[in-house]
Design a protein around this ligand. Sequence first.
Ligand SMILES: Nc1ncnc2c1ncn2[C@@H]1O[C@H](COP(=O)(O)OP(=O)(O)OP(=O)(O)O)[C@@H](O)[C@H]1O
Length: 229
Amino acid sequence: MTGFVHDWSAPALQARELYRFFRTGDDETPALRGVSLTVARGETVAVVGPSGSGKSTLLACLAGLDEPAGGSVEVAGERISHRPEAVRAKIRAHRIGVLLQSRNLLPHLDVRANIELARRAWRSSVFRPSPSELLEEVGLGRRGRATPAQLSGGELARAGLAVALANNPDVLLADEPTGELDGNTEQEVLDLLRDYARQGTGLLVVTHSAEVVAIADRVLTIQDGVVAA
Ligand SMILES: Nc1ncnc2c1ncn2[C@@H]1O[C@H](COP(=O)(O)OP(=O)(O)OP(=O)(O)O)[C@@H](O)[C@H]1O
């Protein structure tokens, strides 16, 4: 079982030679064909590529939501791939912030309760911010009692970010985190993301947005399931 011992020498995220195939009838689609990548602590890496190139599949494999057919994924030195689903879920809860397009908020809970749920997996009681502090940090100080349906697009993005960060993750995996936001709100959310990454969390963000690419330390291009050299 995982012990959640911090390996500070390990990168925030390391993927080696990831393969993932989808079978429909007689057809087999190779969604990932040997993807390797590393995200260092405090580093922001953007992943770009055309529609269907494998970005969502990659994020799902990195988050342990999907299993690669081959290769491995390690978060802060701990392997999450090829482990039982319950172990993957536990590692994800403790080590990974996930900000996918489907949103990470439970609709029947208010924002504060969503944060409290994610915050339970914080690995150390030292410096753990309160839900109110997390809400303040993302500029939602007054909206903690709102449910997701009562929030605007910008507020939803901030609430999703607060939930994704509430477990103090080693790595934050984000899919178009500013997808539906206007220019000002996008910049505010990006500033939050970048500030957080600079505190030591690795950030891997899949995007089509030039503004998101602009905050990245490195950009990886994926095409037909392969990261371009
Ligand atoms: N569940 C699935 N069943 C069959 N094929 C799939 C499945 N999920 C993805 N694929 C295929 O795998 C390939 C990669 O898809 P993926 O969703 O990872 O691309 P993407 O880069 O995220 O695309 P987009 O930018 O449009 O979201 C595509 O050819 C897609 O059709």
